[in-house]
Design a binder for this molecule. Sequence first.
Ligand code: CA
Length: 232
Amino acid sequence: MGAPRILVIEDEPDIVEVLTYNLTREGYQVLSAKDGEEGLRKARQENPSLVLLDLMLPGIDGVELCRRLKADQATRAIPIIMVTAKGDESDVVLGLGLGADDYVKKPFSPKEVVARVRAVLRRAVERRAELKGERLAVRGLVIDQRRHEVRVDGKKIDLTPTEFRLLRALAARPGEVFERQELLSHAVGPDTVVVDRSIDVHVNSIRKKLGKQRDLIQTVRGVGYRFADRKG
Ligand code: CA
């Protein structure tokens, strides 16, 4: 995987230069476009990791460009950070409504832009992982399927493979009641043919490891267990 590529759509050369300098220094590749037409074309052709979009552009303006990028199957998943000048507030609201991820106000500090870019890219990666079912986040709990890792309030906890599969099954369907028999089928994996202890023992062990978040797994008396739903 190469460095993330940032497409800067901006008509003021000085600003393009400042952004290019600072983003390149942080390890990003930077492409630029000086108007909406060129920006649209490059977004389609180059499939950048993120677009930094000036709202005041000659030709197609930033809001219209945002609309087109979000309407096109080929570009709709590309995160957008809008760059706005004073007086663009209503355009910012429009842009966010169209699906832009964030905005920065001119005059901006390059540091701030870099921080926003990093945050939006990180969220985009997490979102993709969530869509693929590789990552689950509920309240303080994060289950990373690819790394086989569970974090509670940012701290890594150690689960056995059986416990990991149980927790993942429960957390994947918050609010739904699982009978013990069903959980048993989730608990079995390539490394276990028979679940050595009862589901209750495993669940109690998971709860202990969840610490302050132990109430995420709720007992449904006489039936089984359920993972607290997002509000709960
Ligand atoms: Ca401009």
